[in-house]
Design a protein around this ligand. Structure first.
Ligand code: TYM
Length: 330
């Protein structure tokens, strides 16, 4: 049985990008592996969230994990800040993480460019904290979207570097979790730009009600249609097809591909179908979110149990790391 670690930052509600990027195939994933799902609340601190909002944001992600179908009896669900072992491993790994490589990370450069007034050390060392999340369970696999590929590559580098430096075979080099024949996925936004993302404001959230989803999809950018048969799709249309491929059946996708190729496509029909199929995915989850979100006793029980299981797993590795690096008790 392999160990799988999946994390989502507590910066807001879960959207379809998170759902298909980090939780795809989660039924099978949970059944076949030893899974850890956690809420990355330390990672959310790089953007200085209002302390009054922090707990509510963690609660949202926790509720949505559970509502989506993560089963706390099978998997371990925990809050990152409930597991102090991660801080120790983060500190130790940081001693072998270099300024040059950290500052070259695409996400760091992007965030530093967008918020030049807040280029903090937490942002720079974001990949080491993520590596600590993964390596403290010695994960084999990590389900992530395409945007996290580079961070995972850095995790492998840190693992390899540690093993080489201390001449041990402690850390595995974690691979992405993808089904055979599949690739890492990038769920596009509805605004014709790149990926669906909270900060981009182009998301379909799991908590969105059907009317909201219909409205958002209706507003998605389109044009007057293809000018010639079998023509290439502009990015904003390709994005709609990518979304359709994720939420709809192959038959539906084939139908609209055919309509595109023969210049008979009616975007209104495509959007109606897309919204309908998105609602099919999100509606049952939304209903469960509403059921779970006020059940404080349940949420307490889940996080307590999760923290215990996560700490048990992490403390073993951190203990080994300490020994390898030369720490000894008096
Ligand atoms: P975060 O919170 O930005 O996103 C959580 C997960 O959702 C995926 N994702 C997407 N996948 C496909 N298309 C999209 N549009 C899309 N948007 C988000 C992300 O790839 C990610 O898998 N650094 C991580 C959180 C993290 C983590 C970890 C993940 C911290 N430690 C350890 C795995 C293992 C992040 O920012 O995710």
């Amino acid at each position: 049985m392999e160990t799988v670690v999946s994390g989502i930052r507590s910066t807001g509600n879960l959207h379809l990008g998170n759902y298909y990027g980090a939780l795809r195939n989660f039924v099978k994933m949970q059944k076949e592996n030893n899974c850890f799902f956690f809420i990355a609340d330390y990672h959310s601190l790089t953007t200085h969230p209002d302390p009054k909002m922090l707990h509510g944001n963690v609660k949202n992600v926790l509720t949505e994990y559970l509502a989506a179908g993560i089963d706390p009896e099978i998997s371990t669900i925990y809050v990152q800040s409930d597991v102090p072992e991660v801080c120790e491993l983060y500190l130790l790994l940081n001693m072998h993480a270099y300024m040059g490589e950290l500052s070259k990370t695409a996400s760091f450069k992007d965030k530093a460019r967008k918020n030049p007034e807040n280029v903090n050390a937490g942002l720079l060392t974001y990949p080491t904290l993520m590596a600590a999340d993964i390596l403290m369970h010695n994960a084999d696999r990590v389900p992530v979207g395409k945007d996290q590929e580079q961070h995972l590559e850095m995790t492998r580098k840190f693992a390899r570097r540690f093993n080489n430096l201390y001449n041990v075979e402690l850390f595995k080099e974690p691979k992405v979790y993808v089904e055979e024949g599949q690739e890492l996925i990038k769920i596009p936004g509805l605004d014709g730009s790149g990926k669906m993302g909270k900060s981009e404001g182009n998301c379909i959230y799991l908590i969105d009600d059907p009317k909201t989803i219909e409205k958002k999809v209706k507003r998605a950018l389109t044009d007057e249609g293809p000018k010639a048969p079998n023509s290439e799709k502009p990015d904003y249309i390709e994005n709609l097809f990518t979304l359709l491929k994720v939420v709809s059946t192959q038959e539906v996708v084939d139908h609209f591909e055919e309509k595109w190729n023969t210049c008979e496509i009616r975007y209104g029909d495509l959007k109606k179908q897309l919204a309908e199929d998105m609602i099919k995915t999100t509606n049952p989850i939304r209903e469960r979110i509403i059921d779970i979100q006020n059940d404080e006793a349940y949420l307490h029980k889940v996080t307590k149990m999760g923290a215990e299981k996560a700490r048990e797993s992490a403390s073993k590795i951190v203990k080994e790391v300490r020994q390898i690096m030369g720490f000894k008790p008096f």
